[in-house]
Design a protein around this ligand. Sequence first.
Ligand SMILES: Cc1cc2nc3c(=O)[nH]c(=O)nc-3n(C[C@H](O)[C@H](O)[C@H](O)COP(=O)(O)OP(=O)(O)OC[C@H]3O[C@@H](n4cnc5c(N)ncnc54)[C@H](O)[C@@H]3O)c2cc1C
Length: 465
Amino acid sequence: MVSQVSELMSTVVDNDYCIGCGICASFKNSPISMRIDENGKYIPYIKPEELNELSDPVIDVCPFSENNNVEDVIGQEVFGQQLDITYDKYSGYHLQAFAGYVLEEPYRKKGSSGGMGNWIAAKLLENNLVDGIIHVKPTEDPLFKYDVSNDVNELLKGSKSKYYPIELSEVLNFVRNNKGRYAIIGIPCYIKGVRLLEKQDNILNERVKYHIGLVCGHLKSEMFAKSIGWQLDVKPQSLKAIDFRKKLPDRPANHYGVEVMGDVEGKESKVSSPTRDLYTTNWGYGFFKYNACEFCDDILAETADITVGDAWLPEYSQDSLGTNVIVVRNSELKSLLEQYNGESIHLEKISSDKVYDSQAGGFRHRRDGLSYRLYLKDKENKWRPKKRVEPNNNLSRKRKLTYEHRSKLSMESFRGYRYAIEQGEFKYFIQYMEPFIKEYKKVIKPSLPKRAASKILREIRRIIK
Ligand SMILES: Cc1cc2nc3c(=O)[nH]c(=O)nc-3n(C[C@H](O)[C@H](O)[C@H](O)COP(=O)(O)OP(=O)(O)OC[C@H]3O[C@@H](n4cnc5c(N)ncnc54)[C@H](O)[C@@H]3O)c2cc1C
């Protein structure tokens, strides 16, 4: 009999679909531990002496395995019984969507976006609905880790998005060993994994009361943070801290910056830059992206009680302080938002179509693009995770090439970074990646008639002005 652990390794892990969440290592006495690999990603490894045939049902809890329920099924089970629930294939089951931000200081100023993520968590603590928030905070090595905050001061130390590998096994063991009521914050696949684990683990099921999801484009390996530091003259081994979402006054919210701390020529320094001026921060190129993210169709954390993201919509992006998009699925949390609206927070109801629009690029890549990636895997007879999206080859040649080149950019970025490390200078990363970027740009370049039409339109606009 093949144990579930061996099966997990030979399917999800060996085929590079592991997101490094550490859910499989979160069982009591799991034979699995998490470690960072040569690409700066968490991966599971087995302590061979602890492997036995009757090991834990790790396949049932892995968000990328074949066996478990897809997000729709989990969503239906958890939220489907509420009277006023509606379903949308992008937002999942939901009660209402909003755009908004926090008025109460200092959440918006300290947050990535409108500050709603930590504000919701703070209100759960202040209203005695939970005793602790499981979320990601800065540490030394690695730079970020999941931890528990029991008060608002502690919670605020973990403000802002971490585009960085993190894993859950250590913190979930803490929860198992420490009685209390908890809320967890996480990206979609992590929340899905926690939901699956709760089905197997009564203690966690009992203790984790709320699940706060973050909208997710994709997760980055450690190389993303290190590459940013390197471009700002902080060598990879000297990077001490990073703020991935530094708000830049007088600029639109989506023109944010980054700030790193570390040794620059022997002096402890803080250096910042608009992300647009850096080489590795174009999210469309997908440098240092986990392959698992290419095979995920849940952007809005559909299994979370509430999801917060950025309202990337022209009517909100102009405000440099940031505005959230919020999708609520749990009636208690909806009441909490309504109770504070106009006082601590500002909310406007929006349709699920608007929510889609705020993440339209991500949805195209993770639904249409995914259908083509699944088609390619099936054509080669290769193992791949079970998805809601069907395999599809019926896309334009240009879209197919775009998706193929994007996957190549991600894959090659890991090689390029390792090459630059060998050579000892960041410029070698650029040298390695440039041919791939050139090819990609050729593919996505608008056709001649399209370019001519845009030129005519620009001319007409100029004349009318
Ligand atoms: C990997 C990643 C990709 C994302 N992609 C998108 C996207 O494509 N589109 C979009 O609209 N939004 C995306 N987001 C969400 C966005 O960056 C903000 O986190 C979100 O808008 C909440 O902002 P806020 O001001 O409300 O958060 P804050 O008030 O700053 O609160 C954020 C909370 O989330 C916790 N947290 C931060 N990073 C992580 C993490 N990696 N895992 C678990 N908890 C964490 C923090 O500890 C904090 O408690 C992404 C986030 C991450 C982590």
